[in-house]
Design a binder for this molecule. Structure first.
Ligand code: PAF
Length: 274
């Protein structure tokens, strides 16, 4: 495995790869959720590139950029064991210059839900993903459905800018109790972990209601909110279509039910695609 810490080293290593290239971008502190993306990318491509870069431009003032978990040594080991060909671990200086040209999230889809709670987050996320996709020149890039709005916006960027990479959405990975895996889960105490289960349980309830024939998004939202009372603060429960437009009625095959809530220190998100 080549560990590339500069753009030059990445370009050189990339030039030596032959055959299809899969790419998994991450912010490190790799867990089973990332591993499921890495495994899938490994299976579906001849070569595999993983990036570990805690991207400062997608954190807002006062967010956890400095405290964001960093586990470089463990991440290197995991990538080696996962037969990654190139691990790209750039510094901030390698990735950014002063007064950059920026790309912005779309005015509506980029500013609802996560975009409304974290204005500017998606601009920074798209900026770094554009850079990483351009640098890696991958055939396929793998993203988790857990960050559903991120995934939808990346797909839109690829479509709008006619980029030649295929974006592969991957299923959410959960622990045995149902908690969606996230690097931020390490902030949870045992007691908070139990309360954090209310997110996935509320989504399970929503799915059961839909399976039992309930279509009204208002009724489903209400039932979910009741179940989320054990979270410290619910930021939103939303039922939208795949283009992130709000729905009055669930449309099977075109619905995402999302929740964001604070439990203890971390802000958690989860969703289900129906
Ligand atoms: O989902 C993430 O970990 C990040 O947003 C990404 C896609 C690696 C960009 O920094």
């Amino acid at each position: 495995m080549v560990i590339a810490r500069t753009i030059e080293a990445l370009r050189e290593a990339r030039a030596s790869l032959g055959g299809s290239v899969g790419f998994v971008p991450t912010m490190g502190a790799l867990h089973e959720g990332h591993l499921s993306l890495i495994r899938r990318a490994r299976e579906e491509n001849v070569c595999l590139i993983v990036s570990v870069f805690v991207n400062p431009t997608q954190f807002l003032e006062g967010e956890d950029l400095d405290a964001y978990p960093r586990r470089d040594e463990a991440d290197i080991k995991i990538c080696e064991l996962s037969k990654v060909d190139i691990l790209f671990m750039p510094t901030i200086d390698q990735m950014y210059e002063q007064d950059e040209l920026c790309i912005g999230a779309p005015a509506v889809r980029g500013y609802v839900l996560e975009g409304a709670k974290r204005p500017g987050h998606f601009d920074g996320m798209l900026q770094v993903v554009m850079k990483l996709l351009n640098l890696t020149q991958a055939d396929r890039a793998y993203f988790g459905k857990k960050d559903a709005q991120q995934l939808a916006l990346i797909m839109q960027m690829v479509r709008n800018y006619f980029m030649g990479v295929e974006i592969i959405p991957c299923e959410i990975v959960r622990d045995s109790k149902g908690l969606a895996l996230s690097s931020r889960n390490i902030y949870l105490t045992a007691e908070e972990k139990k309360r954090a289960l209310s997110l996935s349980q509320s989504l399970k309830k929503a799915t059961e209601m839909v399976m039992a024939g309930e279509k009204s998004t208002q009724a489903i939202t209400k039932a979910m909110e009741t179940m989320l009372e054990s979270a410290d603060r619910v930021e939103y429960v939303a039922i939208v279509n795949r283009a992130f437009e709000p729905l009055q009625e669930v449309e099977i095959g075109n619905t995402i039910i999302l929740v964001a809530a604070w439990v203890g220190k971390p802000r958690l998100i989860d969703n289900v695609w129906i």
